[in-house]
Design a protein around this ligand. Structure first.
Ligand code: MN3
Length: 202
């Protein structure tokens, strides 16, 4: 079975004004679709065909650029759409809130740490909140389409929240103002989904 571009769980304009409809449509139908198609091309006929994307990334040969870039791109965007919601924002609750407070001190300090990770990632990449076995969470970032599941990515644990800081994710609306885009992201985080991922992977 080849990987398929997942459908968005909301309309392209649903996240406005935080992320505009045109950016969402291009991001999904061009960028994410491109990673999906190229991933299928890269693994077709190889021993990776038929494996889960998590399995492929966890055991990745980092010198395999085609699978690293396109497998990461496929996985990262699939997660990104899921952790956004037009009804998002606010703060997490329950055990996820406790884990964030334990790691960062408070939600505000978590927001600062995550925004710094997103803002200081030079060039293209992602900021992450990851959970480790046992329930500890950690903020980190990776370049390009690298991902915390990959060996030696600079992040570890299971990604439960990710923010795309490639210019293609924000440039039409925000131009060079990445910090404004990062701020806006906090208005559309689907904390219910992040909590679900936390509970399933802690
Ligand atoms: Mn992207």
């Amino acid at each position: 079975m080849a990987f398929e571009l997942p459908k968005l769980p909301y309309a392209y304009d649903a996240l406005e004004p935080h992320i505009d409809a045109r950016t969402m449509e291009i991001h999904h139908t061009k960028h994410h679709n491109g990673y999906t198609t190229k991933l299928n091309g890269a693994i077709g006929g190889s021993e990776l065909e038929g494996k889960s994307i998590e399995d492929i990334l966890t055991n990745l040969d980092m010198s395999n650029g085609a699978v690293r870039n396109n497998g990461g791109g496929f996985y990262n965007h699939s997660l990104f759409w899921e952790i956004l919601s037009p009804n998002g924002g606010g703060e997490p609750s329950g055990e996820l809130a406790d884990a964030i407070n334990a790691a960062c001190g408070s939600f505000e300090e978590f927001k600062n740490a995550f925004s710094t990770a997103a803002g200081t990632r030079f060039g293209s990449g992602w900021a992450w909140l990851c959970v480790h076995k046992g329930g500890k969470v950690e903020v980190c970032s990776t370049p390009n389409q690298d991902n915390p599941l990959m060996p030696e990515s600079g992040c570890s644990g299971f990604p439960i929240l990710g923010l795309d800081v490639w210019e293609h994710a924000y440039y039409l609306n925000y131009q060079n103002r990445r910090p404004d885009y990062v701020n806006a992201f906090f208005n559309i985080i689907n904390w219910d989904k992040v909590s679900e991922l936390y509970a399933a992977n802690k």
